[in-house]
Design a binder for this molecule. Structure first.
Ligand code: FUB
Length: 464
């Protein structure tokens, strides 16, 4: 049975940008803002740090993943990254039906590079784990098996067979952990890297595992980091990264705590790697311009160990980890929009350069005067308690409003939100309006114009 991941998230989980030509970026910011990237895996080969990422292609306001290929990024300093392109795609797997989700690359004893990836097949069943092989860290890669390595028909497989992490121990034995939907699984791989050796086991001691495992070893200790979505570490709908340690590659594991708090995207996905003597947490969030839960961006921050081997919580330097902009997953509507304007601009995630910046479109209601409204609807109720509004002012018929009022749908009618702060009407900035939290599927901004003028909005953000 295929399921929409947005529905699963709802049910179960609930910058500074310095761009250079050629798709490179300075770290402590997204590794790129040319495309949206997600689900990082990291590999060091010689002096080069490689990041293997998914590729989010959902439209602004999209409510599901659109992922068709995986990219490789390389860096010589963990600071600037170069996009080596989409080096693996669903089209490389004849049996693939869709959903190029998380993967990881491991070097085999034969010197080849094996890219384990999450793929929806084109037959019965849900997600599978496939494996591609290439002669170099950037490929070219081809399907190494001609079918899934792990699928729903694998005995004792996970409820959701995604997010493989592959680890080679000092003795050459290769292990794979994977899973989601609270179902962590592990198996040994054969030397061919494309088949499992023995049975699939369910590891113990990995508290609150949700998905996205990442395994590594340091000073003889095995570490397993993973996304968890319990209320002890993240808000409803979001995930943190917890970790466990063990004295052997198959556990038993002992939970050690949170190493990465929730990020600005609902999903969280760690890769932990040592590169040139420094440790890094590579992860994704929604911080890139126009970003969201299905338009994520990979970033990285330094990770530090304590003397006893425990990991300090990572300080996210890429921006606030506060609540995501709920407008990105809403459907906008309005009482009136001029035929030449763009209502969808209000929730495209853009930060305008000023109130006259209509470069990404604008909502405007010229030549209506008086009170008009814009509205967001969500398929499920959202807890909201603030909005930020960036007004459109074209210095012609559209001007800053005289006043505004936030309203919500109480199930039978629109009513004013309780305790609303002043609804700011300043130009060239986001105006923050707070109120008592409401749970609603619809939120409305009622806007009243100045005499003989119309009103407009460049961006309207909503927060819990
Ligand atoms: O990107 C699709 C899925 O979202 C990944 O496989 C999960 O780890 C989560 O990040």
């Amino acid at each position: 049975m295929r399921r929409r991941w947005s529905a699963i998230i709802a049910a179960a989980l609930g910058l500074s940008l310095v761009m250079t030509a050629g798709g490179s970026a300075t770290a402590a910011a997204p590794i790129t803002t040319s495309i949206y990237t997600a689900d990082p895996a990291a590999l060091v080969v010689g002096d080069t740090l490689y990041l293997y990422t998914g590729h989010d292609e959902a439209p602004a306001g999209g409510t599901n993943f659109v992922m068709r290929d995986w990219h490789v990024y390389s860096s010589g300093d963990a600071t600037s990254f170069t996009d080596q392109g989409a080096r693996l795609s669903l089209s490389n797997f004849s049996w693939a039906g869709g959903d190029a989700w998380a993967g990881e690359v491991e070097r085999g004893a034969n010197g080849k590079y094996y890219w384990y990836v999450s793929i929806n097949g084109n037959g019965p069943g849900w997600m599978n784990i496939g494996v591609a092989v290439g002669d170099s860290p950037t490929g070219p890669f081809t399907d190494a098996k001609g079918g899934p390595l792990i699928s729903d028909s694998t005995p004792n497989s996970s409820p959701l067979n995604i997010d493989p992490t592959v680890f080679t121990d000092d003795d050459g034995q290769v292990y794979m952990y994977w899973g989601s939907y609270y179902g962590l699984r592990a198996a040994r791989l054969n030397a061919d890297m494309t088949s499992i050796n023995g049975s699939v086991v369910t590891p113990s001691g990995v508290s609150n595992f949700w998905e996205a495992p990442w395994m590594f070893k340091r000073n003889g200790v095995y570490y397993l980091a993973y996304a968890a979505n319990d209320s002890g570490c993240s808000a409803p709908g979001y995930a943190c990264v917890r970790y466990a340690t063990a004295s052997g590659p198959m556990g038993p594991w002992t939970h050690r705590g949170v190493v990465l708090d929730q990020v600005s995207s609902t999903t969280n996905h760690p890769a932990i790697i040592e590169y040139k003597g420094q440790w890094y947490m590579v992860y994704h969030n929604a911080a890139a311009p126009g970003g969201g839960n299905f338009r994520r961006s990979v970033t990285l921050d330094r990770l530090y160990f304590n003397a006893d081997g425990t990991m300090q919580k990572v300080v996210q330097t890429t921006g606030p980890t506060g609540p995501a902009n709920l407008a990105l997953s809403a459907t906008p509507s309005t009482s009136y929009v001029s035929p030449w304007e763009t209502l969808g601009a209000v929730n495209d995630g853009y930060t305008p350069a000023g109130s006259a910046d209509r470069s990404r479109g604008a909502y405007g209601n010229w030549d209506h005067q008086g009170t008009e409204w814009i509205e967001y609807r969500w398929p499920t109720a959202q807890n909201v308690r603030s909005v930020k509004t960036y007004w459109f002012d074209d210095d012609q018929g559209i001007d800053l409003p005289a006043s505004c009022q936030v309203q919500y749908w109480n199930g039978s009618a629109y009513v004013n939100v309780p305790g609303q702060s002043s609804c700011g009407t300043a130009a060239d900035t986001f105006n923050t309006t707070t109120f008592g939290q409401v749970s609603t599927t619809r939120l409305r901004m009622s806007i009243t114009s100045r005499p003989a003028l119309s009103t407009g909005v460049l961006e309207w953000q909503v927060f819990s």
